[in-house]
Design a protein. Sequence first.
Length: 201
Amino acid sequence: MIAESAMAGEAPNLPQEALAQKGLARQEEKDLLETAVRDHARLVYRIAYSVLRNPADAEDATQEIFLRVLRYGKRIAGIHDQKAWLARIAWRVAVDRQKARRKSMAEATAGAEEAGETSVAPGHGADRVLLEQERNAVLERLISALPSPLRDALVLSTLEEIAPREVASMLGISEAAVRSRSFRAREILREKLLALREPRT
């Protein structure tokens, strides 16, 4: 009967139980993906942004990353450390996009990032928010100016709090190199911040 209906181009009459199980499996996959997005979307975006340095490109990369994750279906549940797994995927996608962008451009042009506007009530709160935004902007510029190998190790291990073992795997270097690069990046940042604080004569 099933073979006849399949040959006639009709959907076979599956038992209700099998249909229910199929529906549960799909719902389970959907729930796993939603949980991964909810728990790790910010991490994935920050990794993509740290490589691409452009909010729109980082958003596009984030969507591509979760589309790739969607293909894993219920296998997501079997992944022991989802954070590290997603971080590796995010890193690879962002690096691939960066390579493609560089390849397509004859010359790299530095695009000015659009300044985000924050509306706050006037008064001391507004001053504090502006001061914090200035500090963050300075720190972001200093981090962006770091040599790429140092910046990558710092962003992933320190800012994103990914284990050095995972960062080493992502960057294709040893754990010792990750620690060394992160340390050197922090030293450079500290020196530059101290230089900014010293009064100019």
